[in-house]
Design a protein around this ligand. Structure first.
Ligand code: ADP
Ligand code: MG
Length: 384
């Protein structure tokens, strides 16, 4: 990858994908005076609605990729399932950060785990299942476990918990016998993630460790500083994330998710080659956000160590909040929520709400962690 510098105000930056992560990337790029171009097939994509230019086409459309490359000095991605082939085409002409090879590792749970091992970071005991023979050969130690499709899973989708061999066989059938990994079910004490940004020169900066609560496989809230994480554990998570990024020669923003087990051990879960839902607090609680660093890394600008200036709680706003107990659609009481101290509302501009759909997030920053937590409880009670 070249170390070309694209100065603010002089260039266009492109993004593959038009979801909320693309939208917040576009906002950050525009704040620095870049023109922004989104490639996404959906006419109403959250990022396409706010970009300077929306190329509405399939990700593998040759003419669209040529147009994106012609328009932009550098191109990034906002989702890991962007076809690797599309990134390869773009890389023939432009800086692509992160590179297709790194994105490809993140697309496949088996490849991802192999990369964690190669980076010297412990992950859950697992087996790769491609054939019925692999399934039969699975060790009893992996049960109870979680069967996860190797590709395309997100927000707890594409995975099933299994207690016995009979349940494992049934679950693999239900997942249509696609390639999977079976992971041992681990006794979790808590979940963490680390967001790093790395540039082509190999410099790396990191946000502080954040503590995440998932409900039904979907992120519900993130807290910083992580309330249950001591300095040694935090240092280990930061160092592991940095090793994982460096050993892929990664350029861009990378999120690494970890489990902390009940015995205190740190285990890496998965990673995402882009800004992450658990890093949304950085928009209001840090002096540079994860999206600012995504822009800086791809544009070849200096990275700088971000500083957390306020304790923060990030609440995810799922579509469920748009429906009352009677099932009727309603608007959440934003006027009451915004009357609370230090609430920053981010809505993604999605036309229709559905249960489980990520509609926005609320960052609650405060002078103290206790105050942020109390305000978050008050906001959650109002949103009911
Ligand atoms: P996704 O890609 O859907 O985020 P994850 O692999 O992160 O998939 O799993 C979603 C959630 O399921 C995790 O955040 C964690 O709460 C739980 N989980 C996943 N794997 C395990 C495991 N091996 N042991 C215990 N809990 C797990
Ligand atoms: Mg996850």
């Amino acid at each position: 990858m070249s170390e070309t510098v694209l100065l603010p105000g002089t260039a266009s930056l492109g993004v593959m994908g038009g979801g909320q992560l693309g939208r917040m990337f576009v906002h950050a790029a525009q704040a620095l005076g870049y023109r922004s171009v989104v490639l996404d097939p959906d006419a109403d994509s959250p990022a396409g609605l706010v970009a300077h230019q929306h190329i509405r086409a399939d990700y593998l459309d040759e003419a669209a990729l040529a147009e994106l490359a012609a328009q932009c000095g550098a191109i990034t991605t906002e989702f890991e399932n962007v076809p690797a082939q599309a990134l390869a085409r773009l890389a023939e002409r432009r800086v692509v950060a992160p590179a297709g090879a790194a994105v490809a590792i993140c697309q496949d749970r088996a490849d991802e785990k192999a990369h964690f091992k190669a980076s010297g970071v412990a992950c859950a005991p697992y087996a790769e299942i491609t054939t019925a023979a692999d399934l039969a050969a699975v060790s009893d130690d992996l049960l109870p476990g979680i069967l996860k499709t190797a590709r395309m899973g997100y927000d707890g989708k594409g995975q099933m918990r299994v207690r016995s061999r009979a349940e494992l066989v049934a679950a693999w059938d239900e997942l249509k016998n696609v390639r999977c990994v079976l992971e041992q079910m681990l006794p979790l004490a808590l979940e963490l993630s680390v967001i790093s940004a790395r540039n082509a020169a190999g410099e790396i900066v990191q946000f502080p460790v954040q503590q995440n609560l998932h409900i039904d496989g979907i992120l519900a809230l993130t807290q910083v500083p992580a309330p249950a994480v001591g300095p040694e554990l935090a240092a280990e998570a930061l160092a592991s994330a940095a090793r994982i990024a460096a050993s892929m020669n990664y350029v861009g923003v990378l999120c690494v998710e970890f489990f902390v087990l009940q015995d205190g051990r740190l285990i890496v879960n998965e990673m995402a080659p882009r800004p992450h839902n658990s890093g949304h607090y950085t928009m209001d609680a840090c002096d540079v956000s994860q999206f600012d660093l995504q822009v800086r890394a791809m544009a070849g600008l200096p990275l700088r160590q971000p500083r957390l200036h306020s304790p923060c709680v990030m609440l995810n706003l799922l579509g469920d909040l748009w429906f009352g107990t009677d099932g009727a659609e309603r608007s959440p009481v934003w006027d009451q929520v915004l009357a609370l101290p230090c609430t920053h509302l981010h809505l993604y501009g999605k036309a229709s709400a559905r249960p489980g759909r990520k509609m926005g997030h609320l960052n609650i920053s405060a002078a103290t962690a206790a105050e942020a937590a109390a305000t978050a409880r008050a906001a959650a009670a109002l949103l009911g």
